[in-house]
Design a binder for this molecule. Structure first.
Ligand code: SAM
Length: 385
């Protein structure tokens, strides 16, 4: 495919997404219909589509309309690309761009920085001076991070094993187990290092949330919102720590046994009615459902799907989970609250609300990871009594 044909394909996929088809479904459908597209074409189209979903508002403004075509005109303009070449109308290229398509400017900072209007004031309050650089960072692709599984390899072994499969990685400062992949990211899941469980795909801040717990051998830890098990696996990579994983939707943990086996990690899955008989725990981690605002580079559709009502519902769920898990921590134990959000509403406000109602609990630590530090945005609070 020519670069222009890739732009045309992206326009068609984006039209489907704007009509309500989920991003992955639209991409897979196109790939099935387009057997002529090679792996490089698919990767390029995927990148175009994800870039456009991340920057939907600003690209639509630069491209004149809220359509696949408008978004891709905006994408080319934002990147300083050549509209005459990519929109020539020749062969599979999209039709030439008209004057009216490229005359609009940005109506607001929220539009320029791709944040929904209703959210911009909260985003600005939450991030202060970091609001604009953070919103700008959310307009770009996320870096690829790996967690070195210390049960199987040390950092230098893992870097060498990845290198043997053409993947270049270096240590990331956010966490001693974290690697940043600088080349060959698309080969990771086929690499021997990954297949053998030496490394897992996991953002460095997500790893740092776990390492902030300073686990010691003999501790018993409950991951109350385990989901796919990213944090449970990181917890279980600590020698001598007994890990229990639970999720209100047990189906979300369905791949966890296989992932744990690959990592040589031991994780005990618990149903909701089994938790009480295993309590108390030294640490109860609640990596609660959240807006995902810290990870909107990876899952950009979430940025546009969030509403004020949904945010309010999430904060109620988050506070409810903290209240529910508090009795599960033993005397001197830690309640660890975590979100991949950068919004105060989901972070300090939820913890402050819990502490106000539960004065026997005190703050031990609060920490925020910001996308400007090269990780996803994350928040954690450790509480003790
Ligand atoms: C942010 S995800 C967890 C991600 C996971 N810890 C990881 O690192 O891969 C939040 C999870 O909380 C679960 N959840 C939602 N409400 C819950 C509740 N009331 N009790 C327990 N888990 C809940 C969701 O099903 C979801 O899997």
């Amino acid at each position: 495919m020519t670069p222009a044909a890739r732009v045309q394909a992206s326009i068609e996929i984006l039209d489907e997404i704007l009509a309500g088809i989920p991003v992955e479904k639209a991409l897979t459908g196109w790939a099935r219909r387009s057997r002529f597209a090679g792996s490089k074409d698919r990767a390029a189209v995927r990148d175009h589509v994800f870039d456009a979903v991340r920057c939907k508002r600003s690209f639509a403004a630069l491209g004149g309309t809220y359509t696949g075509r408008g978004l891709m005109i905006g994408a080319v303009r934002a990147a300083g690309g050549n509209l005459e070449v990519l929109f020539s109308g020749d062969g599979y290229a999209p039709e030439p761009v008209s004057e009216t398509e490229v005359t609009r400017g940005f109506a607001s900072d929220a539009e320029r920085y791709d944040i929904p209007d209703w959210l911009w004031p909260r985003f600005a309050t939450s991030l202060g001076d970091d609001a604009v650089p953070t919103a700008q960072a959310l307009q770009s692709r996320a870096p690829v991070h790996l967690r070195v599984n210390l049960l199987k390899a040390d950092v230098s072994d893992a870097i060498m094993a990845l290198g043997a499969d053409g993947i270049t990685a270096c240590a990331h400062p956010a966490c001693t187990t974290a690697l940043q992949v600088t080349d060959g990211a698309r080969k990771i899941t086929q690499s021997q290092a990954y297949v053998d469980g030496l490394v897992e795909l996991q953002d460095a801040a997500s790893q740092a949330v776990v390492s902030s717990l300073e686990l010691q051998p003999g501790m018993r830890v409950l991951d109350f919102c385990a989901g796919g098990g990213g944090k449970a696996l990181a917890l279980a990579a600590h020698h001598g720590v007994e890990v229990f994983a639970h999720d209100v939707d047990p189906g979300r943990m369905r791949d966890l046994p296989a992932r744990a086996a690959r990592a040589s990690a031991k994780i005990n899955l618990l149903a909701t009615d089994e938790i009480a008989s295993h309590a108390p725990f030294d640490v109860v981690l609640a990596d609660v459902p959240c807006s995902g605002s810290g990870a909107w580079r990876r899952a950009p559709a979430g940025k546009w799907a969030l509403t004020e009502q949904r945010l309010q519902d999430l904060t109620a769920i988050q506070g409810g989970i903290l209240t529910q898990i508090a009795p599960l921590a033993g005397a001197g134990g830690t309640l660890a609250y975590a979100t991949c959000s950068m919004l105060l509403d989901e972070n300090d406000a939820v913890v402050d609300g819990f502490l106000a109602e539960n004065p026997q609990w005190q703050d031990k630590l609060r920490y925020s990871w910001r996308v400007k530090h090269g990780t996803d945005g994350f928040f954690t609070a450790h509480l003790t009594r």
